[in-house]
Structures are given as C-alpha cells and as structure tokens.
Ligand binder design. Structure first.
Ligand SMILES: C=C(O[C@@H]1C=C(C(=O)O)C=C[C@H]1O)C(=O)O
Length: 416
C-alpha cells in the first residue's frame, strides 16, 4: 500500500513527555502489540496505522523514506531521543526466495517509550488520539505446553550437520549455519505478552522483541544506527553454561582459545566488516572477541563500530549486512543454497532482521534469534527455531546439544 493515497489527509505523529510508565511490557494490549525492550528501556507499540508487506529490505527502505517524509511530526520533547516519535516496527524473512512468510513494516497507532530516564507517548494517525493511557488486563501463562519435532527429528538434523561437515571437508565452502525447528502446543491461546515479559526479565541483556507474532530475545545486533554511528554486535562460537560459576569461568577461557570457535567467529566478523565498509569510514574492528555470558550460553562476541555515511540509514545498512556469516555461512551464496537444501525448513523471519526505524532513518535491526513465530492459524501453537554455525571441526551431536541450549529461553518463557 502506498501512503498517503493521493486524496487522503496526511498522517501526524504527536509525541509528549510522560511520567515514568514503569515496566513497558505491561502496557501492551492482547491484540496488535509490538515490543522492543533491553534492560527495561525501549518501546512498546499497539494498534496499526499502516502495514507494508515488503518484498526486500531495500524496497522497504524506499517505502519508509517516502512515508516518513509525508508525515507531519510534532514533538513536545526537547532534544528528542532516538526512537521517540514516528517509528515503524519491522520483521524480514531470512530468504524471500525460500519462504511462504512475509516481511512486514508496521506503523503503530500508539507508542510508549523510555530511554535513559526519559519517557514518552506517541500517537500516530490522521487525527491522532489523546494522551490518556490505560493499563490492559495482564496476560495469562500458557497451559500444559507440549512439544513435537519440526521439519526434522534430532537424528535427521544430526545427519544434515554431518553432510555439511563432509562438504566443508571436501572444500565446497567454509561455513554454513544450519537451523532446526520445534513445535510447541499449549492447551489454550498463547499470549505473546507473557513471553515478552518473561524474556525481558530473564534475558535483560538481550533485545526482547515482538513484531507480527514473531517473539524472542536475541543477543545479536545486525546493525544499530544512531547519531551517525553504526554498530554491529557479531556473535559466533558458543558453549552451553554448566550452572556452576567456576566451571563456567573455565568454559569461557576454553571458548576464547578454541580454534574451531575462533575460526567460526572470524568468518562472521569479516563478513560484517566487509559489508559495512562501502557505507562507513573510521571502522573499528577489535582484534579479539570477548565472551558474552547469557543465562543459557556463552558466546564469542565482537562489537564493530564505524561512522556511517549520511545516506546510509539503518535499513540501507541492514540490507547490506543481511545475511551475515553468523546466520548463513561463507561464502554467502553457497551457504544459502546449502541451507535451502539440507534444512528442509522454511525459516520464515527466523534469522532475519527484526527491529525498528525512525523518521530520520536511525534504528536498530537485530537478528531474530532465540525466537518463535506464533501460528497465524492456530492460536495455541508456536514454532521455535535454533541454529548452529557448522565448520570443519563441528561434531553433529554437540551441535544438536547446542541447538537445544539455544531453545532454552523460549522453552523457559513458555513455562517449563
Ligand atoms: C543461529 C543461531 O545463533 C548464531 C550461531 C552461533 C554459533 O553457532 O555459535 C552463535 C550466535 C548466533 O550468531 C541461533 O541462535 O539460532
């Protein structure tokens, strides 16, 4: 849909400063709610003013630039923080040529946000609503959740991993990320707000998101653009946590010296640096990764930073970066074809960019990991996803265990 239609009055986005709203997630109504939360800050949105079904990230970028340029933006905030005012939440499919799912940008009717101690309320529409806010009924937990294999059983997925390792050893490519899915069923409708609240509490160092039924808490930032600076958090190389802090310290030391994990990590970092370089100057790529500790796993992590060109808004950068070697492989085209052949899975929006963009093009696009997609047809069902980077030294059994560790955040949120 193009906006504005020729005859329609323009949209307005009106923002006011509000008192601290407390936990953002509790403001979300049951239907049409969106979330982006990290360490308590972020935005929740609800209602829908415009929805754009995007063919590609670049096409979405053009649509958004046109729309944002046509909206009358009014803000009562001095020095408005990034993300306050007009934004769209978005989710993009991993591989549009191999998915029945759709990439979507959604402009909500209402946004409640908080950042660095400042809070705001934005209303968007032809005649945006007033400043009244009311708390909806809280969500109920899912009931009696049970699980079933997705497209492949555990042993079938291990066989796919073994096949990938054989092809790597035959010199066909360097790295591929293989994912699997797991179906979860509840006795009643699954309320995504319950999952958002649990994930935002347990995984506060991750970005908790809910956009168009895709819900999760990801530790990996494809790209954030703010005040001219582009940053990307690259993760690759993973160890499951043991539950014992001393043992975890030893595991972290082993991870940061593991040549298999360092090699896998290096592929991911160089793919990001290469993709960012045409749009940026003054790039800083640290020599060695650090260990990012999450409640379920330890990751090797590198934060890449650079000064972004004026024309390179967050969607332009996301289009250039997706898919990184952290979720696809190296070289990209061979890895993508291998994924389509070996996974037997429609990834949908899993491993695609998820996030938000504002009227200036600033925004945050994380990689949709540690997530599930609520079924569009069965409100009691959600499909969970997890994947692992496969390199020459990968062991199928260990990779299956790692994928199970990556499913823990969603399984815990579902109430296990
Ligand atoms: C593919 C996933 O995670 C990616 C793969 C990683 C790895 O193989 O070590 C680590 C972080 C992510 O880049 C996932 O969580 O599903």
């Amino acid at each position: 849909m193009t906006w504005p239609p020729d005859s329609a009055p323009p949209l307005r986005a009106h923002t006011v400063e509000i008192a601290d709203p407390g936990p953002l997630a509790r403001w979300m109504p049951r239907q049409d709610a969106y979330a982006w939360i990290k360490q308590g800050d972020g935005m929740v949105g609800f209602g829908e003013v415009v929805r754009h079904k995007a063919l590609t990230i670049s096409e979405a970028e053009e649509w958004w630039s046109d729309l944002a340029g046509s909206v009358i933006i009014e803000s009562e905030l001095d020095d408005p923080p990034a993300g306050s005012g007009l934004i769209a939440f978005g989710t993009f499919v991993f591989d549009p040529n191999n998915s029945a799912d759709q990439s979507t940008l959604i402009v909500p009717e209402t946004i409640i946000g908080r950042r660095n101690g400042r809070s705001w309320l934005t209303r968007i529409g032809v005649e945006p609503g007033g400043v009244g806010m009311s708390l909806p009924d809280p969500p109920c937990p899912p009931r009696n959740v049970s699980y079933a294999d997705g497209s492949l059983t555990g042993p079938e997925w291990e066989a796919a991993v073994a096949q990938a390792v054989a092809r790597i050893n035959a010199g066909e490519f360097d790295k591929v990320v293989l994912a699997r899915d797991l179906l979860a069923f509840s006795d009643g409708p699954i309320d995504p707000r319950w999952l958002v609240q649990r994930l935002a509490e347990e995984y506060s160092r991750c970005w908790t998101y809910l956009v168009d039924g895709l819900v999760g808490a990801t530790p990996e930032m494809l790209v954030r653009r703010e005040a001219g600076l582009a940053t990307s958090r690259v993760l690759a190389g993973t160890i499951r946590r043991s539950g014992d802090n001393n043992r975890d310290l030893a595991l972290a030391a082993a991870l940061s010296q593991s040549s298999k994990d360092l090699e896998e990590h290096e592929y991911a970092v160089s793919s990001v640096a290469r993709a960012l370089s045409p749009f940026c100057s003054g790039m800083n790529v640290p020599d060695a990764p650090y260990v990012l500790a999450l409640p379920n796993v330890l990751h090797l992590a590198t934060d890449v930073t650079a000064v972004a060109d004026r024309v390179a808004n967050s969607l332009v950068l996301a289009a250039a970066l997706h898919p990184s070697a952290a979720v696809c492989g190296t070289p990209t085209d061979v890895a993508r074809a291998t994924i389509a052949e070996l996974e037997h899975l429609d990834r949908g929006r899993y491993a695609g960019p998820v996030g938000w963009v504002d009227a200036h093009g600033d925004g945050e696009w994380a990689i949709a990991l540690r997530c599930g997609q609520l079924s569009a047809t069965d409100p009691n069902q959600i499909r969970l996803f997890a994947g692992c980077g496969i390199v020459a030294g990968s062991d199928p059994e260990a990779e299956l265990a790692e994928s199970n560790a990556k499913l823990v955040p969603m399984r815990d949120a579902l109430g296990e």
